[in-house]
Ligand binder design. Sequence first.
Ligand code: ZN
Length: 127
Amino acid sequence: MSGAPVRTRAATDVSFSLAGRCPRCGEGKLFAGFLNLAPACDKCGLSYDKLDQGDGPAVFIILIAGFIVCGLALWVEVTYEPPYWVHVVLWTPLILGLTLGLLRPLKAVMVWQQFRMRAEEGRLDNG
Ligand SMILES: [Zn+2]
């Protein structure tokens, strides 16, 4: 992160993170591709170098999508007892839709939270 964080109303609004906007100014683009972060904000210059969440969004997506799909699959199986191909036809598109659809917004929310909470890599204090 470069410079002191500038607190604005826009930057504290989660809707800007869902829209893929800069966590500091709320105007610049956060993403350079589908999931790749841009190197820096094109409006305020905030560097996104240290805003890396690793597998954080994937973990939440596994939990959310797994809960939804497993719950629905169990309900359909118990209620209708359909053949297995019905499960494949129903759940494959839902799994793909949920995982791909949630990945970018969840990554943006985590970047926003990381910036807002000033979270960074832990360091040993040897002093
Ligand atoms: Zn910005």
